[in-house]
Design a protein around this ligand. Structure first.
Ligand code: COA
Ligand code: AMP
Length: 631
């Protein structure tokens, strides 16, 4: 069956299509009810199925005779450490850490927040939660204390699991002070914190609250997995929306397991025993799906890489890892290859390594720009697959199929993330909700129902699911992306239609940055917009209007504002372009004209909206912003 036949089947009869795919999963109780509607009028998959996601990722493979196979490789150029865990070894460690959590009175449905660098203990903590039916919420290590506090308040974790430090290129970041500050700021207080002490930093443990990971593991016993319902949440993962408050995307267990196994087979073409490397971070959805769950559920070997594409130690780092562990498919963000290409434009490092195991490269997190696509194609001579997805979907919506029906891979196209994956009914609508002809840009939507594995709800805010995704076009899920589908059915994602930006593959909200800047006593008003960046894809640019009578120097103020973004959101926000201006262009109703600002900064032709309050401000700003762009 080729992709379009599969797609047709999945769209005409989603129930029978996904009933068949659900057979990939070793359920404790196989589902009889495939698709249903819940009390929030949202669809649910496999409601009467029972399973355990940790069992599927670990114990199942031991039972199948793969206990001695390597499940997880830890490769850390920033510390010089390398370690490998077989499926049997990882199962034992996870079963013990489940006991550590259980001793903290954590049980099914409770939340555990995980704030960890890229070390195996992050995977162990996540899987131990899944083993107990406990909902984990992993927070990316690059987020600052304030972001952590927001997530603590929303998820209300009983326990926080963390490490003494994270390690960036040439700098050690102690985590414990950030955790202590976050708990101090948060209204909700966790019962305990379990801290993995790394040799680079010894964290100070607070009496009666903090526990040492290793001491607890030394006295732990192995705990078996518990059965959970298909619809029970596996995890909450916070992502940026258009407002300052991040959205807690909830993933179920059953639909997720089906989607993981389906995608590992059909999108990535992986078999048990293969090595799949998602060079991302466990704090992002890519890490959840393809460093941990999908890769392990499929019986593959996964890699936790604590390093960067460049400078750890050089631009050959990715190729070194691929050669050393015979990686069969590599998945990363385009920004990583832009960084590699910048340092090694001729691809000289490629020649130093035997990459004969590597079959394909997968890219996501932002659009793979045609220049990087062509560079990669030429230098590696491998299929380069740009595939499009979101935290909300948890797996790819569009990707070039591996089989065109004759056993060959379909052709990839520069700038396109491929046709919709079978199971996603992707359409392009205009502002009136009408489908647009091929080649014409519009809002990219997915006709309901979404396939298994996509967001179950927004944690503690199901209304936000409705208002954020479902109300614009009834019957469709709004992706927030704009783009078009060409004559051959290939999707081209051209960028967000809202205030979300993608900085080095990290999804950030400009609205949230504006909230932080506005909180400064000297700021009258401000705007943050995403501008194109050759390395990171996009970078935020902030424009600030100061209150009358403020005496602080501009340099001092800019430095304070930059620091407030680092302290509140984190260094990953990279708000380095920050400028003080006299006025912002606004509509008569007071709305800041962000699109006009972007056009001005990027030197594009400005469409002056008829609703503008004072067109003189455009003339004033144009010169200033054109200069900023040149810098
Ligand atoms: N913990 C703490 N700080 C972190 C961090 C983490 N996990 N990750 C990034 N940071 C900090 C960095 O140290 C840096 O701080 P600085 O401004 O004080 O130097 C800042 O956040 C920006 O970091 P980064 O976005 O990594 O930019 P960079 O210029 O250091 O590196 C790249 C550029 C392209 C090499 C890097 O962005 C990269 O590897 N990107 C791939 C991203 C990715 O895999 N995304 C996953 C999507 S699938
Ligand atoms: P995140 O939820 O962090 O994975 O970010 C999701 C957003 O990243 C999408 O809505 C897109 O805007 C963007 N994105 C992810 N993958 C791609 C891709 N392959 N092509 C274009 N944009 C992408």
């Amino acid at each position: 069956m080729n992709n379009s036949e599969r797609q047709e089947l999945a769209i005409i009869s989603p129930e029978s299509y996904w009933h068949e795919q659900a057979k990939l999963v070793a359920w404790y109780k196989a589902p009889q009810t495939i698709l249903s509607t819940n009390s929030d009028s949202w669809h649910e998959w496999f409601v009467d199925g029972e399973l355990n996601s940790c069992y599927l990722a670990l114990d199942y493979h031991v039972e199948q005779g793969r206990g001695a196979q390597v499940a997880l490789i830890y490769d850390s150029p920033v510390t010089g450490q390398k370690q490998q865990f077989t499926y049997q070894e990882l199962t034992t460690l996870v079963a013990k850490f489940a006991d550590v959590l259980k001793k903290q009175q954590v049980s099914k449905g409770d939340r555990v927040l995980i704030y960890m660098p890229m070390i195996p203990q992050a995977a162990i903590a996540m899987l131990a939660c899944a083993r107990l039916g406990v909902i984990h919420s992993v927070v990316f290590g690059g987020f600052a204390a304030n972001e952590l506090a927001v997530r603590i308040n929303d998820a209300e974790p009983k326990v926080i699991v963390s490490a003494s430090c994270g390690i960036e290129i040439a700098k050690v970041i102690p985590y414990k002070p950030l955790i202590d500050e976050a708990i101090e700021k948060a209204i909700h207080k966790p019962k305990s914190c379990i801290i993995y002490q790394r040799e680079q930093v010894q964290a100070q443990l607070i009496k009666n609250r903090d526990l040492d990971w290793q001491t607890q593991m030394d006295i732990a016993v192995e705990i078996p997995p518990v059965a959970v319902k298909s619809t029970d949440p596996l995890y909450i993962l916070y992502t940026s929306g258009t407002t300052g408050k991040p959205k807690g995307v909830v993933r179920d267990n059953g639909g997720h397991a089906v989607a993981m196994l389906y995608s590992m087979k059909n999108i990535y073409g992986m078999q048990p025993g293969d090595t799949f490397w998602a060079a991302s971070d466990v704090g992002w959805v890519v890490g959840h799906s393809y460093i941990i769950y999908g890769t392990l559920m499929a019986g593959c070997t996964s890699i936790i890489y604590e390093g960067k594409p460049i400078k750890t130690p050089d631009a050959g780092a990715f190729w070194r890892v691929c050669a050393e562990y015979k990686v069969n498919a590599l998945f990363t963000a385009p920004t990583a290859f832009r960084a590699i290409g910048k340092e090694d434009p001729e691809g000289d490092f490629l020649k130093d390594y035997d990459l004969s195991s590597l079959k394909r490269l997968y890219l996501a997190g932002e659009r793979l720009d045609p220049t990087t696509y062509l560079w990669l194609k030429e230098k590696t001579q491998l299929p380069i697959i740009d595939h499009w997805w979101q935290t909300e979907t948890g797996w790819a919506i569009a990707s070039t199929p591996l089989d065109d029906g004759t056993g060959n891979m379909m052709t990839t196209k520069a700038g396109s993330s491929g046709p919709a994956v079978a199971g996603y009914n992707v359409q392009i609508l205009d502002i009136h909700g009408q489908q647009v002809p091929a080649g014409q840009q519009g809002s990219v939507v997915i006709k309901l129902p979404l396939p298994p594995g996509c967001l179950a709800t927004i944690y503690r805010d199901p209304q936000r699911l409705l208002s954020g995704y479902l109300s614009t076009y009834p019957g469709y899920y709004l992706t927030g992306d704009g783009g078009y589908i060409d004559e051959d059915g290939y999707l081209f994602i051209m960028g967000r239609t809202d205030d979300v930006i993608n900085v080095a593959g990290h999804r950030l909200s400009t609205g949230e940055m504006e909230e932080v800047l506005s909180a400064h006593p000297a700021v009258a008003e401000c705007a943050v917009v995403g501008i194109n960046d050759t390395l990171k894809g996009q970078m935020p640019l902030g424009l600030v209007v100061i209150k009358n009578g403020i005496r602080t120097s501009d340099t001092q103020l800019v430095s304070e504002l930059r620091q407030s973004i680092r302290t509140s959101i984190g260094a990953i926000a990279s708000l380095k372009n920050l400028f003080i201006i006299d006025r912002l262009p606004k509509t008569r109703s007071g709305k800041i004209l962000r699109k006009t600002l972007r056009q001005m900064i990027e030197g594009q032709k400005i469409e002056i909206p008829s609703t503008i309050e004072d067109s003189q401000v455009i003339t004033e700003l144009s010169a200033t912003l054109a200069n900023i762009n040149k810098e």
